[in-house]
Write a protein that binds this ligand. Structure first.
Ligand code: NAP
Ligand code: ZN
Length: 345
């Protein structure tokens, strides 16, 4: 079927309206009428070719929330009318160690929601569109307590913070630092707080301090203030870096306690420099983490509903997407832009 979408035609031109083809609904497929799709900074890195060359035109979007419109004959997990979501991947090999051990986000044969090739050999296209067809095993249930527009960013931003917070055991007695209060960061603050950890935000300024505290931060610091790095030396068990640009890691690694972990989730275009002594002096760890598994994604959606929060969103029309990209790049987002796909009709 032909569906309306928004595509990037090149790395430098504004995104524009187009139509794309979605595959027929197969035996185990679900056809989803997309209602809202979040704008993740990864969409911007991708369309601007900041990570690698991509094939244009490209339709991005991997924070998808909508309603099931049709199901294949073999579908058992979802029914017509269900509120559902799709995150960053739409298939995996289902048999490797990672797939069998609940780490399917690290499957070498993972099929990305966009910028990837499906098992049918066709390029995948993301959620900046009115409909998508996805295998039922990669479709998540959106709990009744969550609004679709606020749930959409949980599918990437939410799980990307939930997975490392769970893995590195954020909770009571742990001091967690979140660098950057953007889409990922604002989910991280809420999740770490709900897990019972003490949470501090490290932001470029104090402009968003009130919001940070309302979202659950115990403390909020400006990294423009040099005393932040002296006052907080050796204070954190865990730091999650959500920044989309390169930071001076030496400064931030010094903020960890002995044995603390610095986890990179931001994906800047350029390599980072790691000073060995900032690690070896205090047996600190530097790690990375990518999104989360399908099971983690369901878990974080349920966790958000149970704790009564989701993403704070600014809902926009399709024609506002280019302006929204500029605002995200300028750290002027509170805290996730979400496209209302009714504007694509
Ligand atoms: P975002 O909404 O733009 O948030 C990033 C935040 O980083 C900004 O709001 C800003 O916070 C801070 N920041 C931006 N530029 C900075 C600079 N030059 N120096 C210091 N701080 C700066 O982006 P996002 O959607 O949360 O994504 C963040 C990064 O994570 C992107 O690189 C994205 O590709 C990546 N990502 C990774 C995964 C994964 O699986 N690991 C998943 C999704 C996204 P303040 O204003 O508070 O300083
Ligand atoms: Zn994302």
């Amino acid at each position: 079927m032909q569906v309306n979408a928004i595509a990037a035609m090149s790395a430098t031109e504004p995104l524009q309206r187009t139509t794309i083809e979605r595959r027929d609904v197969g035996e185990s497929d679900v056809l989803i009428a997309i209602k809202y799709v979040g704008i993740c900074h990864s969409d911007i890195h991708t369309v601007r070719g900041e990570w690698h060359e991509v094939t244009y035109p490209i339709v991005v979007g991997h924070e998808i929330a909508g309603v099931v419109e049709q199901v294949g004959a073999g579908v058992t997990k979802h029914r017509i009318g269900d509120k559902v979501g799709v995150g960053c991947f739409v298939d995996t090999c289902r048999e490797c160690d990672n797939c069998r051990n609940g780490l399917d986000q690290y499957c070498a044969k993972q099929v990305g929601t966009y910028d990837s090739v499906g098992k049918d050999g066709q390029p995948t296209a993301g959620g900046y569109s009115t409909h998508i067809v996805v295998d039922e095993n990669y479709v998540l249930r959106i709990p009744d307590g969550l609004k679709l527009d606020q749930a959409a960013p949980v599918l990437c931003a939410g799980v990307t913070l939930y997975s490392p917070l769970k893995h590195w055991q954020a909770g009571p007695g742990k001091h967690v630092g979140i660098i950057g209060l953007g889409g990922l960061g604002h989910m991280g603050v809420q999740i770490a707080h709900a897990m019972g950890a003490k949470v501090s935000v490290l932001s470029q300024s104090l402009k968003k301090k009130e919001d940070g505290e309302r979202l659950g931060a115990d403390h909020y610091y400006s990294t423009a203030d040099e005393t932040t790095f002296t006052d907080l030396r050796g204070q954190f068990d865990l730091i999650l870096n959500t920044v989309s640009a390169n930071l001076d890691l030496a400064q931030y690694l010094g903020l960890l306690k002995t044995g603390g972990s610095f986890v990179e989730v931001g994906a800047p275009e350029h390599p980072m420099q790691v000073p060995a002594f900032a690690l070896i002096g205090q047996r600190r760890s530097l790690a990375g983490s990518m999104i989360g598994s399908i099971a983690d994604t369901q878990e974080v959606l349920d966790f958000c509903a149970e704790h009564g929060f989701a993403a704070e969103v600014e809902v926009i029309d399709a024609d506002d997407v280019n302006e929204a990209y500029e605002r995200v790049v300028n750290s002027d987002v509170r805290y996730r832009f979400v496209i209302d796909t009714a504007s694509l009709a």
